[in-house]
Design a protein around this ligand. Structure first.
Ligand SMILES: *[C@@H]1O[C@H](CO)[C@@H](O)[C@H](O)[C@H]1NC(C)=O
Ligand SMILES: *[C@@H]1O[C@H](CO)[C@@H](O)[C@H](O)[C@H]1NC(C)=O
Ligand SMILES: *[C@@H]1O[C@H](CO)[C@@H](O)[C@H](O)[C@H]1NC(C)=O
Ligand SMILES: *[C@@H]1O[C@H](CO)[C@@H](O)[C@H](O)[C@H]1NC(C)=O
Length: 348
C-alpha cells in the first residue's frame, strides 16, 4: 500500500515538472513568434491616406464620403505595379489600395435602372454603393485637391502619388451586365474626369497619358472600344492567350490578361516548373512587344509560401501588373520573410 502511494507521488511530481516545462516552452515560443512578427512586420507610413482609411465611412447614398483634405495625402507611398483585385470588397474601397501604393483598382459594375452599382454578385448590390460614390467622386476629389497635372501638360509635375507625378492610376471596370447597355452609362459617368483632361486617351495617332486610365473587362464590347478611330478613353483588357490577334493593339487595349491555370497549367506546391516559367515568359514578352501590360488572375493564394513563390516568379519574369488580394503582404512585406521556419508571419 505504501509503495503505491510513493509511486503515485513520484508520478505526480514528474507530471507537474513536465507541465511547468511545457508551459515555459510555450511562453518562450509565443514570445519568440511575437518578436519575429514585430521585427519583420513592415512599418505603416504616416500620411493622409492612412488617416482617411482609418476614418472612412460608407457613402450615405447621396454623396461620397467627405473628409478634411490632408496636405500629406500620399507622403512616402511608393507606387507599385499591383492590381487591387475586387477592390470594393475591402473595408475601405479605393483608399486602402492607394495607401498601399497599388496603382490599379478593380470595380465590378452592374446596370440597375440608370445607375451603375458596384458588387460581386447581383444579390448583394446596394443602391448607395455605386461607381460614382465609391470611385468616381473620390477620384475627382483627390485629383482636384492635389491639382494633378492633366493630359495637356506634357511634363507632369503633380500626380496622385507625391513620390512619382507620372504614375497613372488604372480604373478597371468589370462590365457585369450587357456591355452595349452599360457602355453609354459608363461614358456619361466618366464625363467629370474626361472634361477635366484627367483621362488617358488615344488621339488617332498617340496615347496621351493622364492621371487616370480606364480599362474595361468582362462584358466590355470590343466593337464599341474601337468604334471611334480618332478618340478613345476606355481601353480594352485583351485576352493574353490570344494576344497574337492583330486586332489588339496599344491603341485600343491596356492590359493583356488571363487566368493562370489555362495559361500554364496546374501549379504544384514546389512552385512553377521550368516549362511553366518558360511558357509564362513567352506570354509576358508577347504582351510587352505590343506595349500591353500582362496580368494573371487566379494565382495561388494558399499556402502563403506558394503564393509568394508565384508572386516572385511573376515579378522576376517581368509581369506587367501583379493581381493581388492581400495589399499589405504584397506591397510592404519582404516576401522571403513571409514564412520563417514554417511559420506564416504575414497576413493570410
Ligand atoms: C490647388 O490650386 C488652388 C487654386 O489655384 C490653390 O488654392 C491650392 O492651394 C492648390 N493646392 C495644392 C495642393 O497645390
Ligand atoms: C490642364 O491644366 C492646365 C495647366 O494647369 C490648364 O491650363 C488647363 O485648363 C487644364 N485643362 C483642363 C481640360 O482642365
Ligand atoms: C470620334 O470622337 C470625336 C470626339 O468626340 C468626334 O468628333 C467624332 O465624330 C467621333 N467619330 C466617330 C466616327 O464617331
Ligand atoms: C481577333 O479578335 C477580334 C476581336 O475580339 C475577333 O473579332 C476576331 O475573331 C479575332 N480573330 C481571330 C483570328 O481569332
Amino acid at each position: 500500500m505504501a509503495e503505491i502511494t510513493l509511486n503515485w507521488r513520484r508520478f505526480m511530481i514528474v507530471f507537474g515538472v513536465l507541465c511547468c516545462m511545457g508551459i515555459i516552452a510555450r511562453i518562450i515560443y509565443i514570445s519568440l513568434v511575437a518578436v519575429l512578427i514585430n521585427r519583420l512586420s513592415p512599418r505603416t507610413p504616416r500620411n493622409g491616406l492612412q488617416d482617411i482609411v482609418k476614418s472612412w465611412k460608407e457613402p450615405d447614398g447621396s454623396d461620397a464620403y467627405r473628409f478634411p483634405w490632408p496636405e500629406d495625402f500620399s507622403r512616402d507611398i511608393v507606387p507599385e505595379a499591383c492590381h487591387s483585385h475586387n477592390d470594393y470588397w475591402r473595408k475601405v474601397p479605393l483608399y486602402e489600395a492607394l495607401a498601399a501604393g497599388c496603382v490599379s483598382i478593380e470595380a465590378d459594375i452592374w446596370l440597375e435602372g440608370n445607375d451603375l452599382l458596384v458588387g460581386h454578385v447581383k444579390k448583394v448590390l446596394k443602391s448607395s454603393r455605386t461607381l460614382r460614390t465609391l470611385y468616381i467622386d473620390p477620384i475627382v476629389n483627390i485629383l482636384s485637391n492635389r491639382n494633378v497635372s492633366n493630359t495637356s501638360e506634357p511634363i507632369k509635375e503633380v500626380g496622385i502619388f507625391e513620390t512619382d507625378p507620372n504614375a497613372a492610376v488604372i480604373l478597371m471596370l468589370d462590365f457585369k451586365t450587357d456591355g452595349h447597355d452599360l457602355w453609354p452609362v459608363v461614358l456619361s459617368q466618366l464625363e467629370p474626369l474626361r472634361q477635366k483632361g484627367w483621362l488617358t486617351y488615344f488621339n488617332g495617332i498617340d496615347i496621351v497619358p493622364g492621371p487616370i486610365t480606364v480599362v474595361g473587362t468582362g462584358n466590355t464590347p470590343f466593337d464599341l472600344v474601337v468604334a471611334n478611330s480618332t478618340y478613345r478613353y476606355l481601353f480594352f483588357d485583351a485576352p493574353l492567350l490570344d494576344i497574337s490577334n492583330s486586332s489588339y493593339t496599344v491603341q485600343n487595349s491596356y492590359y493583356a490578361s488571363t487566368a493562370l491555370k489555362p495559361a500554364i497549367g496546374r501549379i504544384w506546391l514546389r512552385g512553377l516548373s521550368r516549362g511553366q516559367v518558360n511558357a509564362m515568359k513567352i506570354q509576358i514578352k508577347a504582351a510587352g512587344a505590343k506595349g500591353l501590360k500582362s496580368r494573371y488572375w487566379d494565382t495561388p493564394a494558399w499556402p502563403i509560401s506558394l503564393r509568394d513563390k508565384a508572386w516572385n516568379t511573376l515579378v522576376e519574369n517581368g509581369v506587367g501588373m501583379l493581381n493581388i488580394d492581400d495589399l499589405i503582404s504584397a506591397t510592404r512585406w519582404n516576401w522571403d520573410r513571409c514564412v520563417v521556419a514554417g511559420l506564416t508571419l504575414c497576413g493570410a
